[in-house]
Design a protein around this ligand. Structure first.
Ligand SMILES: NC(=O)c1ccc[n+]([C@@H]2O[C@H](COP(=O)([O-])OP(=O)(O)OC[C@H]3O[C@@H](n4cnc5c(N)ncnc54)[C@H](OP(=O)(O)O)[C@@H]3O)[C@@H](O)[C@H]2O)c1
Length: 365
């Protein structure tokens, strides 16, 4: 859409008031009047620090076939947002460059062929981008209907962390009852979700996290919390498991942890690499434990998966995990809620590693 500044005017004050959006009229190339709705979204001035984030007006998304249009109430931060803001993690081809990998809100329009959802449904969803905005057009396959009494701020904190944890523990690592799981960055959004999903499967959970976060993680159900800054985590895991090691390891740290993960892993252990917060290079590590312990090393990124893969993953999550938020055996762990005007502070808070669980942004006027 091209707008001609001299012909632009703001119309329909009611729409602005009720829908928090601005309508702009314009004359198209044939000279006819067109009306474009403009929503607000958080955009990036230039790739860089948190102060580059700003609220601006952009064109409304439209619900295509099989999609719904959602009026967004809340979104949540993910580490990937920081990398994308810095220009180090571009969105996949065809995906909006607006940040935001999850959101919760209300369906205000359904596209052609959508039968499972209707206007007025409160939903949340996993996204490939676009959650930091007042409106999002999202495939109906990605939606989860909110149980009664679940708030938008809680719901927005669930999709990315819990679906990542579910994918890693169940789809990839095939976690079994009574196994031991080592979860690095246990206090992260994904870590706090993974602790709950693993416990729910009947596994024992050991985590690494900085010391001041341990009490919370113990209360969440971790059998042992290891301060990776002061302790050799591999020794602590072997001690906790009578020398057997962890059957599954979720690793977000990478580089320096590689050799220690091999040491901490049990026979037939599965190590799932999800991020490289501590660097991606590995040096001077013996590969012998991989052979001797018959280890499986895998890695994954959720965002770049195909639509078909995500559709199946979300369907499995909807069947196996989602009902447990309604029966309250699983819960969103929300550390802090920021208004979107304070998005820069929210990003700085995450960059300071201050959070335990998720940081949520409410979407405003
Ligand atoms: N592959 C995928 O599909 C996928 C999907 C979602 C997320 N992720 C990744 O999962 C990780 C967690 O995401 P999130 O959004 O949940 O993160 P988050 O809430 O920001 O938590 C990250 C935590 O990791 C710890 N940490 C940071 N740097 C570290 C380092 N160098 N060594 C050890 N611990 C470190 C910090 O806790 P302490 O205070 O305990 O150090 C920090 O609070 C991110 O790296 C993200 O990119 C991957």
């Amino acid at each position: 859409m091209k707008l001609y500044p001299t012909q632009i005017g703001i119309v329909d004050a009611n729409l602005i008031k009720t829908h928090r959006r601005t309508s702009i009229y314009d004359f198209n190339h044939n000279g006819y009047l067109s009306i474009y709705n403009r929503m607000k979204a958080i955009t990036i001035k230039t790739p860089g620090d948190a102060n580059q984030l700003q609220i601006t007006e952009v064109a409304d998304p439209k619900a295509g076939p099989g999609q719904v249009l959602v009026y967004v109430a809340a979104t949540a931060l993910n580490r990937a947002d920081i990398l994308q803001r810095e220009g180090k993690y571009p969105p996949p081809a065809g995906v909006t460059d607006i940040l935001g990998l999850e959101m919760a809100g209300t369906v205000i329009e359904t596209g052609e062929g959508v039968t499972d959802f209707e206007v007025g449904d409160n939903v949340c969803a996993l996204l490939s981008g676009g959650g930091y905005a007042q409106l999002i057009a999202v495939d109906a396959d990605m939606l989860l209907k909110l149980p009664e009494r679940m708030s938008f701020t809680k719901a927005a904190a669930i999709p990315e962390a819990f679906i990542t944890a579910f994918q890693a523990l169940h789809h990839i690592a095939k976690l079994q009852k009574d196994e031991t799981v080592l979860i690095h960055a246990g206090a992260s959004g994904v870590g706090t979700a993974a602790i709950q999903v693993a416990l729910h499967a009947g596994a024992k959970v050991v985590v690494t996290a900085s010391g001041r976060k341990h009490q919370f993680l113990q209360d969440l159900g971790a059998a042992r919390c290891i301060d990776y800054r002061t302790k050799d985590f591999a020794e602590a895991v072997l001690d906790e498991t009578n020398g057997l090691g962890a059957n599954v390891i979720l690793d977000f740290v990478g580089g320096g942890y590689f050799g220690q993960n091999l040491k901490a892993a049990a026979l037939d252990g599965r190590i799932v690499s999800l991020a490289a917060l501590g660097g991606a290079r590995v040096e001077k590590v013996s590969l012998a434990p991989i052979l001797l312990k018959r280890l499986q090393l895998t890695g994954t990124t959720l965002r770049s998966r195909s639509k078909a893969y995500k559709k199946q993953l979300v369907a499995d999550f909807r069947d196996q995990i989602w009902p447990h938020f309604a029966d309250r055996s699983l819960r969103a762990v929300v550390d802090t809620i920021y208004d979107w005007e304070s998005v820069a502070d929210a990003h700085k808070y995450m960059e300071a590693n201050a959070n335990v669980g998720k940081i949520v942004l409410t979407i405003g006027e």
